[in-house]
Design a protein around this ligand. Structure first.
Ligand code: HEC
Ligand code: HEC
Length: 444
């Protein structure tokens, strides 16, 4: 019986196998510049125009180190976008230990439960993110409201493949204390800095397509549902699909950027003007035009090319990726349609995400819900650029929302919940098939 069943499944899949060449991961945004440059410099299709000049101007805003003059602080995590997103890539998995040297991870915090509108409940006198540093004159000193610099303790988790090969994973435990609030009342979510690849194109994945991929009741019975996170767009007050952040917290690139300026650096903008204790005055510290340029910089940066697509091992990995249904969430092909920007529309792209939330099981979960996303739901991480990011990150790259995975294989082995069946199929592959799948991921 079982073999008949398997045969039907693989035949159904065979018909749908996506075999197009994916070298141009970002359509005409694909850049053949080396590594770091590919994802920073304007995409090759961007005409010589004021837009191109703005993209270039955005580079310096993104990569500068901010000080008081630029509005840094009073409290913050780090001093510049590019200080965490080094070379636009992933950040180091490291917290500030000394109280003086900024780390590039963030810790989202709130009180247990949600507000009536579904938003997390801010910690009194702290807000929604720990900001362990404070600016005193020109020096970084500890923010005393965070009682001790947060720390990560790693513990090992052992596992085994069906063929007997053993592996060892590691899991973080986060520790911190906030003055005046009991630890039991606080829920927290640790995040590493993700790489920024194809941000404008992610904004251009049509809403109708995302909803078509979504299958909340799992009607097709594949064990994978996928739901959008609906979050308020600050500018309009409307509920929109959250596309950015590991839990889909922000609907647009502009709002994600303004949120980063505010929560990571204490820099106010028209979207996050600051309130209560953190109000820094009425004029936004990040001007409207600088926010626009910062957004354009990311939206129109290039997407790296996929490499070695003719290599037989990579090709085999690409088939396996679909056969074991990684592609059920990491969607391989979509045509863009941006709501306002024609240049970002009509591109055939291969982002390897559905931008939906999936329940990834208890092992990856934390307790901090965010709007419709529960603590075990995560947005499918785009996989384009995966093979380029190690060079950008100087070989210190880590994977998953909290950077617990030290290799691509570890990232796969942590998949639980809706991803468990796919992970188990990976574990059942032969050694050489596993290697082929990983070679395919590294080609992206
Ligand atoms: C302290 C380190 C840090 C700084 C500084 C920082 N970021 Fe981030 N960035 C992160 C982390 C961590 C996330 C993941 C957030 C989440 O999961 O909600 C992120 C997420 C993002 C995303 C969403 C990526 C995706 O795949 O959805 C964008 C875009 C972004 N940051 C842009 C910026 C910009 C622009 C700045 C400067 C204004 C900035 N960041 C400053 C750490 C940082
Ligand atoms: C049910 C949907 C789903 C399926 C199926 C799935 N993934 Fe994922 N994948 C996710 C989500 C969600 C994340 C983010 C999890 C996190 O950060 O904790 C992720 C993260 C990853 C990452 C880490 C990327 C990074 O930069 O951090 C890799 C690599 C990955 N998946 C590869 C695979 C492969 C290979 C398969 C098939 C064996 C697969 N995934 C199957 C949803 C899925």
């Amino acid at each position: 019986m079982l073999s008949v069943h398997l045969c039907v499944v693989s035949m159904a899949l065979a018909e749908e196998l996506f075999t197009d060449d994916i070298t141009l991961l970002g359509g005409t945004f694909t850049s053949f510049l080396p590594e770091e440059a590919a994802i920073q410099v304007a995409a090759p299709n961007l005409p010589d125009s004021p837009l191109r000049d703005q993209q270039l101007a955005g580079f310096s805003i993104f990569h500068r180190r901010n000080g008081r003059r630029e509005g840094l602080g009073p409290v913050f995590v780090h001093s510049g976008c590019g200080q965490c997103h080094t070379g636009n890539g992933k950040g180091l998995v490291r917290l500030d230990r000394s109280g003086k040297r900024p780390g590039s991870m963030i810790i989202k915090v709130s009180l247990r439960g949600l507000n009536d509108d579904g938003s997390p409940r801010d910690l009194p006198r702290i807000g929604e993110q720990l900001q362990p540093l404070r600016l005193r004159r020109k020096r970084f000193v500890r923010n005393r409201r965070v009682r001790r610099p947060p720390r990560i303790r790693w513990s090992g988790v052992a596992g085994e493949f069906p063929d007997g090969e053993k592996y060892r994973l590691r899991e973080p435990r986060l520790r911190f204390r906030v003055r005046g609030i009991r630890n039991g009342d606080i829920v927290a979510s640790l995040r590493m800095t993700p790489g920024l690849v194809g941000m404008g194109l992610l904004e251009a994945i049509p809403e109708a397509q995302i909803l078509e991929w979504s299958d909340p009741e799992d009607l097709n019975g594949d064990g994978i549902s996928g739901v959008p996170n609906y979050v308020p767009e600050q500018r309009s007050g409307e509920m929109k699909i959250g596309r950015f952040g590991f839990r889909g917290s922000h609907p647009t690139l502009e709002e994600q950027s303004a949120a980063a300026a505010f929560f990571d650096m204490g820099i106010t903008s028209s979207i996050f003007p600051g309130r209560g204790l953190r109000a820094d005055g009425d004029t936004p510290e990040l001007s409207e035009s600088d926010l626009e340029i910062l957004t354009l910089y990311q939206a129109f940066a290039g997407v790296p090319d996929a490499r070695n697509q003719g290599d037989p091992e990579v090709q085999r990995g690409k088939v396996l990726f679909q056969e074991i249904e990684c592609s059920a969430c990491h969607k391989m092909n979509v045509t863009t349609e941006h709501p306002t920007e024609p240049l970002l529309s009509g591109e055939t792209i291969h982002p390897f995400t559905d931008l939906l939330l999936h329940d990834m099981g208890p092992d990856l979960a934390d307790e901090r819900a965010e709007f419709s996303a529960t603590g075990s739901e995560w947005r499918t991480t785009p996989l384009w650029g995966l093979g380029h990011l190690p060079t950008v990150s100087r070989r210190k790259q880590r994977y998953l929302h909290d950077g617990r995975a030290r290799s691509l294989q570890e990232a796969i082995l942590w998949h639980g919940g809706e991803g468990a069946a796919s992970r188990d199929r990976y574990k059942e592959l032969s050694r050489s098939d596993r290697a082929a799948l990983l070679a395919f991921l590294r080609s992206l």
